[in-house]
Design a protein around this ligand. Structure first.
Ligand SMILES: Cc1ncc(COP(=O)(O)O)c(C=O)c1O
Length: 508
């Protein structure tokens, strides 16, 4: 066994500081460095095949063309690229990614885009329609997530919010609002937030951007946040406690009632990340599924992120961040009074914003209506249940937690990442998870089309059989996750991720 394998195998048994020291040593040994470079090269070459399929096949523009191309030529090129790559999501091979995707739905959104392509809510005087749409999106989302009950139970509550560019921006905005609120109201200058290990990395990004310490707490055997651990993690500097409904990795809902009560007791903020579940859970509850409370009906929930561009079925590029009261929303805003360019006010990170995406979001929400979301949720949950049963019937696989429509599974008998690799070769785009190693599928309306769920299960059974029969195959993703699982190689995996980002910008 070579030194790298040895380190990989043993580092997880070492205390973290020792493992880090080992990483430092390993990364300085020239022979091992060369070996790592070769390993990076091999992995990136595999990735390049997937990410750069057009290399040498279609023209690449490294500089502006002297003469602009004709619209016809451009559209023809784009048409052909689109045909090459859209079959996977169209035919239901993708986990999440495209949540609706019916032809007529897309055509409708395209029509709305065409009507509104010039609009920008920064110029509210020019496009008052856009700000009407935005205000109504926020209100519709708020009412879907318990605003009425919250306001009845708590006269202080006045659910409000803004539209953002996506889940990440919604989370960034909430974290910034809590940081600034806690500074003003509590004098907290070294803010901390407490969140389960399963909460989305958008919170780490917010912490990174806004100078906040993150305190990650464990999840229980069912992958739900450990409430006792949350209690112990709260300090005088805690500004925010977070729970997900559901979390991305295992699709399970954190104990939001208990966590938000804890936040209320401590006088700190509580954010429900309902980016994935906000447009599913209210309808699942109406359909009689067991949905624990997660929204503003809980008095301790002070903000919710909910993504219109996921199960809201709008085009990519919108989400909603909601707050329990306008005072908190104020801490999200930015204003500049001294600029020679005029008085400036902007509610979110971006200055100019694509009004057309806001218009699409509004149009999709009013065209779906309650009945449309209810029916879509019914189809998704029924299909997910069918898939869940099918996975449970594969003896080598084990479902994690008790999911509704995002189904994570692992295996004690086969390398689950090799199963993932095999599924990718069959056209599937599933999500690889870690800690523990697992794979998930986020069921969307694409999977409710006839035959898709059966095709998924048949391919999955075949994948498991194949991996059992060929344990010697190395795979593409399996070695990367193998390295990520060893503490000593975290830094190396981090470097690999940065090289992946660099690769995206290399010209084909
Ligand atoms: C639970 C959860 N929160 C936040 C996000 C971030 O959303 P976005 O990718 O739209 O920024 C995601 C994305 O999948 C998510 O699943």
């Amino acid at each position: 066994m070579d030194a790298i394998k040895l380190v990989e195998r043993w580092s997880s048994y070492l205390p973290i500081p020792l493992a880090r020291t080992l990483e430092g040593i390993v990364s300085r040994i020239p022979a091992l460095r060369r070996r790592m470079e070769r390993e990076y090269g091999r992995i990136l070459a595999e990735l390049e095949k997937v990410l750069k399929p057009y290399k040498g096949k279609v023209p690449a523009y490294t500089r502006l063309p002297k003469q602009g191309l004709s619209p016809d030529a451009i559209l023809q090129l784009m048409q052909s690229l689109n045909e090459d790559e859209s079959w996977r999501w169209r035919e239901g091979y993708a986990s999440g990614a495209v949540y609706h995707g019916d032809e007529d739905h897309i055509a409708f959104m395209n029509q709305v885009y065409a009507l509104n392509s010039q609009s920008n809510p920064l110029h509210a005087d020019l496009w008052p329609s856009t700000i009407k749409y935005e205000a109504e999106i926020v209100s519709m989302a708020a009412h879907m997530l318990g605003a009425e009950t919250a306001q009845r139970l708590d006269p202080q509550a006045q659910i409000c919010g803004t539209v953002t560019s996506g889940g990440t921006e919604s989370i960034l905005m909430a974290v910034k609002a809590y940081r600034d609120w806690a500074r003003d109201h509590k004098g907290i200058t070294r803010p901390e937030m407490v969140l389960p290990v399963s909460a989305h990395p958008a919170f780490d990004k917010a912490a990174h951007y806004f100078g906040i310490k993150t305190v990650r707490i464990p999840v229980d055997r069912d992958f739900r946040a450990d409430v006792e651990a949350a209690r112990k993690a709260i300090t005088r500097n805690t500004i925010l406690l977070v729970g997900s409904a559901p979390g991305f990795p295992h699709g399970v809902i954190d104990p939001i009632a208990e966590l938000s009560r804890l936040a209320l007791e401590h006088g700190i903020g509580f954010h429900t990340d309902a980016c994935l579940g906000g447009f599913v859970l209210p309808w699942a509850e109406k359909l009689g599924y067991p949905v624990p409370p997660f929204d503003f009906r809980l008095p301790g929930v002070t903000s919710i992120s909910v993504d219109t561009h996921k199960y809201g079925y709008a085009a990519k590029g919108t989400s909603v961040i909601l707050y329990r009261n306008p005072q908190l929303r104020r801490y999200q805003y930015f204003t500049a009074t001294e600029w020679p360019g005029g008085l400036y006010a902007s509610p979110t990170i971006a200055g100019s914003r694509p009004g057309a995406l806001i218009a699409i979001c509004w149009a999709v929400m009013v065209s779906m209506g309650e009945q449309g979301y209810l029916e879509a949720t019914r189809r998704i949950l029924e299909t997910a249940n069918y898939i869940l049963k099918g996975i449970k019937e594969i003896p080598e696989l084990k479902v994690l937690g008790d999911p509704l429509w995002i189904i994570a599974f692992t295996s004690e008998e086969v390398d689950i990442y090799k199963v993932l690799d095999y599924m990718s070769r069959r056209g599937w785009s599933l999500n690889g998870l870690q800690k523990p190693p697992a794979v998930h599928i986020a069921v969307t309306l694409r999977h409710t089309m006839p035959g898709v769920a059966d095709r998924f299960l048949a391919d999955l059974r075949e994948a498991v059989e194949h991996v059992k029969a060929h344990p010697e195959e190395k795979g593409t993703i399996a070695p990367v996750y193998g390295m990520a699982a060893s503490i000593s190689f975290r830094g190396i995996v981090d470097e690999l991720l940065k090289r992946y980002l660099d690769l995206l910008y290399e010209i084909q």
